[in-house]
Write a protein that binds this ligand. Structure first.
Ligand SMILES: *Cc1c(COP(=O)(O)O)cnc(C)c1O
Length: 407
């Protein structure tokens, strides 16, 4: 095996319970497993999260939803005990049949989608399809904006009784910013939308908003800022619905650093960050060891020149596997690292498509067949992201290795 991923089922389950505990007993925590569970493998993670207590899973499209349903069935979880599966990207007309077939709950935000679902329901002889209505409160990405746009959607819903609004949701642009003005404005807009939905006579069972940072950012209590989950609870209660928050990144042990709005001076302490544990360890075995003389240039374009005699270990993975090319090292400090046990070895020269060299001059014990940790405790997705100039999300979902379970 070239490189592989070890997933800790136990840590994944524990992270879910930490988040559920932080959200409080009255709020549900939807476990987001889109993008193949952020590179962790949705087929592996869905049953673990279900057994940990997740009543809702979130995917991006019906194809992911279908594969989650089959993974749950293969894991011996009968249809009646499976979580509900929210399809979070607004679909195309042709997605409606798959939504019904796999008992998925689609997020809807436009009239075309509602019509397609209503027609598909009639064709399949299905009495009623639950949907979650997304409100665009300021990201301008998906969902119906309050006012005329939402009115048009509500009118469409009135004409199609088969489509039932089970939830109303929105998504925040800056949940990791404590005291965010943008979030305050989005909250207000969402509250207006909920009023508008209620005035149309609809009674959703769920009101949901927010992500991992919403749970982590619970200290936003000073001044006029209500803590994110306090706000969500209040708004849901007023609508006689249950609150729900949707967490992805933190299930896998990561969280964005909390930032402060410029004029915000209150506390901004992460609530759950320190209790999360990394779920993924990405490993590869050394396939070759060689020694090179001082002056030898390494890899493509010879960007690294050995200043002394060096011992190099070759790892059989590269950017085709999702190892970012920005981790290339022009000297032993500038690039990424891998770990042999607790000892770090620098990536030297360019990361190639399928091969990467690391410096093991100071680690004479490292030999062919030894395991290197490419990403995990000691050199995390945050470290990869920092060097690659991106966010841990992109690092995690970019990993393409074969996977396996370890615990
Ligand atoms: C991906 C996603 C989430 C999860 O976000 P995290 O920051 O990973 O917790 C929540 N809601 C929606 C709509 C999403 O698309």
């Amino acid at each position: 095996m070239k490189s592989w991923i070890e997933i800790s089922a136990q840590r994944l389950a524990e992270n879910y319970r930490v988040l559920a505990d932080a959200a409080g007993a009255d709020a549900a925590v939807l476990a987001v497993i889109k993008a193949d569970a952020y590179g962790h493998g949705a087929q592996l993670c869905a049953p673990v999260l279900t057994r940990a207590g997740a009543a809702w899973l979130g995917v991006t499209d019906p194809a992911e939803g279908a594969s989650v349903r089959s993974a749950l069935a293969s894991a011996g979880i009968p249809a009646g005990r499976q979580p509900r599966v929210l399809v979070m990207s607004e679909g195309l007309e042709e997605d409606a049949a798959a939504v019904l077939e796999h008992r998925l709950t689609p997020v809807v935000g436009n009239a075309v989608q509602i019509e397609a679902l209503a027609h598909a329901a009639k064709r399949h002889g299905i009495h009623s399809v639950d949907v979650h209505l997304e409100i665009d409160t300021g990201m301008a990405r998906q969902g119906a904006a309050p006012g005329r746009e939402l009115d048009a959607v509500l009118e469409q819903l009135r004409q199609h009784n088969e489509v039932r609004v089970d939830g109303v949701m929105t998504h925040f642009a800056s949940a990791e910013v404590t005291g965010s003005h943008q979030t305050s404005a989005q909250r207000q807009t969402f509250e207006q939308a909920i009023q508008q939905v209620a005035s149309a006579g609809l009674r959703p069972s769920w009101i949901h908003a927010g992500n991992s940072s919403t749970v982590d950012n619970q200290h936003d209590e000073s001044g006029s800022h209500e803590c994110p989950l306090c706000w969500l609870r209040r708004v849901a209660r007023a609508a006689s619905a249950r609150p729900m928050v949707r967490t992805g990144l933190s299930l896998y042990g990561y969280s964005l650093p909390l930032e402060r709005e410029r004029d915000y001076t209150g506390p901004a302490d992460p609530l759950v960050r320190s209790r999360l544990q990394l779920v993924m360890t990405w490993k590869a075995c050394v396939t070759h060891i060689r020694e090179v003389e001082a002056g030898t240039r390494l890899g493509y374009n010879g960007t690294f020149t050995a200043s002394e005699r060096m011992r190099l270990a070759l790892l059989p993975l590269g950017y085709a596997d999702g190892l970012r090319r920005e981790l290339s090292g022009t000297d032993i400090r500038s690039g990424g690292r891998v770990l042999f046990g607790s000892q770090a070895a620098a990536i030297v020269g360019r990361v190639s498509m399928n091969l990467t060299m690391v410096d093991v001059t100071a680690l004479p014990g490292v030999t062919v067949g030894d395991e290197a940790v490419v990403l995990g405790q000691g050199f995390t997705a945050d470290d990869h992201a920092c060097i690659a100039g991106t966010i841990p999300y992109e690092i995690l979902c970019g990993i393409k290795s074969a996977r396996r379970f370890c615990s």
